[in-house]
Design a binder for this molecule. Sequence first.
Ligand code: FAD
Length: 389
Amino acid sequence: MLPSVDFRPTPEQLELRDAVRAFLRDDPAVRSRSVREDGWIIGYDPEFSRRLGARGWIGLTWPRRYGGAERSYLDRLIVTEELLLAGAPVAAHWFGDRQIGPALLAHGSETQRAELLPRIARGELCFCVGMSEPNAGSDLAALETRAELRGDEFVIRGQKTWTSFAAHADYCYLVARTDPEARPHRGISEILVPMDVPGIEVRPIRDMVGETHFAELFFDDVRVPRAQLIGELHRGWYQIMQQLDYERSGIERLISNAPLWNEFKTWARDEGLTRDPVLRDEMAQIEIARFAGRQLIYRVASALSAGQVPGREAAAAKAICTEIEQRVARVVAAALGPAGLLEAGAPGAPLAGRAARNLLYAPAYTIQGGTNNILRNIVASRALGLPLS
Ligand SMILES: Cc1cc2nc3c(=O)[nH]c(=O)nc-3n(C[C@H](O)[C@H](O)[C@H](O)COP(=O)(O)OP(=O)(O)OC[C@H]3O[C@@H](n4cnc5c(N)ncnc54)[C@H](O)[C@@H]3O)c2cc1C
């Protein structure tokens, strides 16, 4: 059972929200962004991440001795919600803050924590996550990248794909097979690979929008010390499942395109488009769905604050909320019509370019971090006890 949530913010939380808003209002990188959607994917700006880190707003929930602020997951949710609503360029630190930090806290060695967590909290480190492969996506346990332990070193050979931020990252959080004889879910380990070691090749992939935020990643006899292993050898699968719960449960699964939606609502009202009962109804339905989705995400954050890792609720929240994001993209593009395909800022079409970009990007919402089919399987098995074929 998830704990009940008191949705009234405390005075400290209101203060935190006001401080983040004031910072974002004045920050030059936020003010100058022309596309405000998907800031956690395409908004790579290490200087911004450092400014945020200097305020103490990265690693907010972590112990103080590792550079954190020992605040709650609800507090972190307040900060991330404000960042995404403002369209801030948060991509450089996003994975580190969201999942690598918690993974290191749960499974990392004391040396790894002491060395890496304060740097993540200062916004100095960018991570990529090397899970998917050409023949292993939804069925991640089919992964073939091999990390062979030879003495005190891992020797890594294989290929990852769709690796977001691979071209910028300082480290790859790599999932590799360390025991090829074991059953698929066993014999997998997590290894932190510095991206500047010899033998790594990054080949950027261009997506439908024209952006290159992800890449193919090749490992050709890459050597890293055994000390780079995270947690237990061959037991990575169980650690990965927990990491995915963190990856799936955040507010970015609901409000990646909120800047577009919020500006669209004002524009549609000003232009009189909302006199159309069909559009008005669609907009109302989306608002209701967004309200319900937000409550779900707040419940998940409050469970995390209470020390639970709510895997099935996180899966349900991501499946529901990402489909709302896709509805936003469709409704905005349809309402703008051909004007939505014009260049950004064209006369009479203030949201043009951004609406088309978002429509093209939106299929990714229900794929990245695990497809919605897989998330529904998780809900079916973990929440409803249904057998999986
Ligand atoms: C924008 C973006 C960023 C990404 N970033 C990263 C990253 O940083 N690191 C990383 O490792 N990966 C990343 N990925 C990859 C992502 O995790 C995978 O694309 C995803 O897990 C799906 O795997 P796949 O593409 O191999 O599709 P497949 O697994 O081949 O699935 C194809 C279709 O079959 C369905 N399907 C498969 N198995 C089942 C089943 N058992 N039951 C029902 N339906 C099923 C799927 O739902 C899907 O519709 C990213 C993807 C995108 C789009």
